[in-house]
Write a protein that binds this ligand. Structure first.
Ligand SMILES: [Zn+2]
Length: 330
C-alpha cells in the first residue's frame, strides 16, 4: 500500500505552542488540512510552501478544518478569497467561533472556578488587543459532520490512478466539536490537536455545546476519544503540531498515562479546607501569567472532574463559586 500524497507545511505562530502544521494533499481536489494563524508571517510561509511544491494559491480547491482555534483556521478567509476553495468547518465548532456569547460563558465558568473579576477583565482586554484574530466568512463555510467522507484521486508511482477517502470522526476533547480525518485503508489520521507528540492538548474550560448553562466535561470527553482512537489500529498520525507519529498506539497510551498522573497530583493538592480551582491552579502552577492562567485553571477543573468521579473529592458551591475539598476517608 502506498502512503498518501501528503506534504507538511510548517507555519510560524506567535503562541507558546510553536509552529503549526498545515497539510497539503497533492491529489484531486488539491486540499489543505488546516490553515495557520492570521499573521503576515504565517501567510508568507504558507504561500512560499505552496510555491515550493509547485502550487499557486488558486490551485487549492478544498480546505478541511479540524477545530476552531486561531492557529488552525485563522488564515482561512484569506486563502478562500485567493483560491475560491470550498471550506469545510466542523459543524459544532462553527457556533463556538461565531458566538460572542461563548466568551461571556467562558468568563462565567472562570468566575465559578474562583478567578477574581479584575484578572478576568485584564485577560479580556488582552484578548481584544490580539492582532491574530481569525476571520471566517460564516456564509461561505460548509459544516462537516461525523461520518462525512472526502474522496481523492491521484497518480501514484508508475502513473497509476489511485483513490482514497478521508472520513470525518467527531472526537471531542481539546474542543467540543473537534474532528479528525482518517483514511481507513492506510490507517492514517490527521489529528489536529487531539493527539500531539510533544505536549498533551489542554482540555479547555468551555460551556457545554448541547446543554445550555452547563460546563463541558472536557477531559472525560478527551479520554473517551483517546480510547476510541486506540481501537482503530492507526499506523500513522499527522498532528497539528510536531513531527508525524509512526507509533500512534504508544503515544495514545503515554497521553492517557500523563492524565492519570496529573489527576493524582490534583487529588493530592486537595485538603480538608475547601479550595477553588483557581487557588489550586495557583499552587500547582505558581509562575503562570496572562492567558496561561486560563489554561492552568482549565487543566485543574478538568482533572477535578475525574477526582470527583473517583469519589476522592467533595464539591460545594457558595456565592456562585465552586469549592473542592478532600473527600472524607480518602
Ligand atoms: Zn487547538
Amino acid at each position: 500500500m502506498q502512503s498518501l500524497p501528503v506534504r507538511r507545511l510548517e507555519l510560524p505562530t506567535p503562541y507558546a505552542v510553536g509552529p503549526v502544521n498545515v497539510y497539503l494533499i497533492e491529489a484531486e481536489p488539491v486540499t489543505l488540512i488546516d490553515c495557520g494563524v492570521n499573521t503576515p508571517e504565517a501567510q508568507n510561509a504558507l504561500l512560499l510552501g505552496l510555491n515550493a511544491a509547485g502550487y499557486f494559491p488558486q490551485s487549492i480547491e478544498r480546505i478541511l478544518i479540524t477545530h476552531g482555534h486561531p492557529d488552525h483556521y485563522g488564515l482561512v478567509h484569506i486563502i478562500q478569497e485567493l483560491s475560491g476553495a470550498t471550506v469545510f468547518f466542523p459543524e459544532k465548532e462553527i457556533a463556538r467561533v461565531r458566538d460572542q456569547q461563548m466568551v461571556f460563558e467562558v468568563g462565567r465558568l472562570l468566575v465559578e472556578a474562583g478567578m477574581p473579576l479584575d484578572l478576568l477583565f485584564k485577560m479580556d482586554q488582552a484578548r481584544k488587543k490580539d492582532r491574530t484574530r481569525p476571520g471566517l466568512d460564516h456564509d461561505r463555510v460548509v459544516p462537516v459532520k461525523d461520518g462525512d467522507s472526502f474522496p481523492f484521486r491521484w497518480y501514484g508511482d508508475n502513473d497509476t490512478a489511485e483513490e482514497f477517502s478521508l472520513e470525518t470522526h467527531l472526537m471531542p476533547g481539546h474542543t467540543g466539536g473537534h474532528v479528525v480525518y482518517i483514511d481507513p485503508e492506510t490507517r492514517t489520521m490527521f489529528a489536529g490537536d487531539q493527539l500531539l507528540p510533544d505536549t498533551s492538548p489542554n482540555p479547555l474550560l468551555e460551556p457545554s455545546l448541547d446543554e445550555p448553562g452547563e460546563r463541558r466535561r472536557s477531559l472525560k470527553e478527551y479520554i473517551a476519544s483517546l480510547e476510541s482512537m486506540s481501537e482503530m489500529g492507526l499506523e500513522l498520525v499527522y498532528p497539528g503540531h510536531g513531527d508525524p507519529v509512526s507509533t500512534p498506539g504508544a503515544l495514545i497510551e503515554r497521553t492517557l498515562e500523563h492524565h492519570r498522573k496529573r489527576k493524582k497530583r490534583v487529588a493530592e493538592a486537595l485538603e480538608d479546607d475547601a479550595k477553588t480551582p483557581y487557588e489550586l491552579a495557583g499552587e500547582m502552577y505558581p509562575r503562570v501569567k496572562g492567558y496561561d492562567i486560563f489554561l492552568a485553571v482549565s487543566e485543574v477543573v478538568a482533572h477535578l472532574d475525574l477526582v470527583v468521579e473517583d469519589g476522592d473529592a467533595a464539591v460545594e458551591g457558595k456565592d456562585g463559586v465552586t469549592y473542592y475539598r478532600r473527600a472524607a476517608g480518602s
